[in-house]
Design a protein around this ligand. Sequence first.
Ligand code: SF4
Length: 690
Amino acid sequence: MTIDSVCTYCGVGCDISAEVEDNKIQKIFAKDEGVVSQGRLCIKGKQGWDFLTHPKRLRNARVRKTFLAKNSALFADFDMDYLEPVDHDFYEISYESAYELAARKLKSITDEHGSHSFAAIGGARTSCESSYLFQHFTRHVVGSPHVDNCARVCHSPSLKGMRTTIGEGAMSNPFDDIYETEFMVVMGSNTTEGHPIVANRMLDVIKNNGVELAVLDVRRIQLSKSATHHLSIPYEANLMILNMLAYVIISENLVNVEFVNSRTKGYEAYKSSILNDSYANPEFLLQIPGYESLVDDIRIVARKYATRKSLFFWGLGITEHLDGSYAVMAITHLAMLTGNIGKRGAGLMPLRGQNNVQGTCDVGMLPYYAPDYQPPKEVGMMTPDLINAMCDGKIKALFNISEDIAHIHPNQNKIHAALGNLDLLVVNELFDNEVTKFADIIFGVKSAYEKTGVYVNAERRLHLSQPLVRATMPDDWEVIAEISKRYGVDLGVASSYDVWEKVRADAPNRFGGASYEKLEANRLRGLQWPVQEEDLPVLHIGTFRTKDGLGSFHYHQYSPRGQVEELLNVKSHEGYYLTTGRILVHYNNGAQTNACDKLSRSHSEDTLLVSVEDEDFFEYKDFVVLKSEYGQSAPLRVKVSSTVKKGTLFTTFHHAKSNINFLFGDECDELIKTARFKSIKVEVIKPDYL
Ligand code: SF4
């Protein structure tokens, strides 16, 4: 039997097809008619499914022994039907008992400390139905505004920057517009590793259509080999470089005057700010030793971008900085200046990470938006503030779904302390991970390949997934609904269909016309929101999705910092800049990929890349420990590479044992609190055992 569904990994959201026999997957592949996959999948899509049957898969509900003992009075009149030790810390219990314990404890906490002592974090790896019900339960059953998801550590600045300027925080064009474009810019995205099936399209048009590509990055990436222009830029300089591109477009009269006049506002003030800003003039780079040649490169890239039908792609190399939101605004300025938006082959392409991070934001799992990006009654705290509130004892109970906050967030020493300070931590997960080490109650739940649900990929495309195999565990939304019932409110949902109908009613602008029936009929194509009678592949045609239909300019001046400031002042060069990123075979915290035999064997540790120019100065050749003011890593294997420049280091963060995220601190985007993962000064020290 062949079943069509959607890949569970990255934001490309490829359609997949599985050959299944006797409830076992034999093979996953892509059909040629799959609109996203185009018949091709990356290694994660093809090989990343044996986690389903991994012996360590969580297939039951568990309660921490000490939690039971501590709350014995609260649970005294409750007869648990089943209690079996799993290990030193946990008992296995029935799901029904676990729902009851979670609801009782949550009720006692909110009765004593108020509804705002509860928070919900997570959801970008689960379906829209589950994320919707998660925020609904938190806001409308418990009465807490504190909901957030892992967009906080990735693309929240894209949402903020794009909504502020053009009214919609999502990719403007479909991936297939790569076939319609004349020029591509990729900045802060290692597309071949993070979004490989999108990178395939880029490589196709470079090879077959002669389309040119400019890569702007702090290191050389795989795509740089196929790029017409590779611009190695300094750390902490994105906003400066983007403003410089705009400076060239304005000062060389390359502005699309008709577009700016008819579609935007605020241009004159923006123009005057940029032309009077010495840090926006590319000639400023002549003062930065080692980066002088960028002056000409920036002029060439700006001219090509402005005079051709162009797509601008970006990833976390833009967003995970102090000025991520401002940098995204600077990117949208470029599109508005040149009219590279609102038509086929030209647009703004934020490459979102998880397979449903777009959908999870769309259905309101954000502290400042209700479903459909409507204003909520009360704005909740963003995750970094929630962590502080946990440390202060103001947040007492946390429900966490599919987001290992004890691994993927920064400042792990603080997060571990915060989690240890909770009175109740409920976790829905597929495997034991770093956060389950702190959990009081754990629900083993269905994975995406075992359930029905809607996922929205990075190009706003909804796919209805269907189970490839049967499993006995509940779906995330079922756990939420059962806890809600015992908390005192029956949400009246008996199937994912029921929940999706609520989503459509609550998010009519995007999902109103996207019935299960229509999605089923378009399983290999999907539908791009907003979906009414028809769907809409290209946004912003004729008008922006702002209240008055106009795009707006919001200039933010760059002020030198990080490597730019160091080089400018010829400061002595102490320590190294570390940046982190992904590798093709793994996905975020490796929750699923580390439980897939072929994937985990091909990458079992995070390796540290060191510049060939630094090789001689690198004292400890095989393994080193990195140290920052916040913490230190585990020993990391060293590999010399020509992809990083002198003074810089790169590593992945997929393996919890490396403790990479202990190095990063509270520095974050000024507007939206996304952590500064892409740049931190570290000291290189000798491992204890040397
Ligand atoms: Fe899955 Fe992303 Fe690979 Fe497509 S590109 S197969 S969605 S991991």
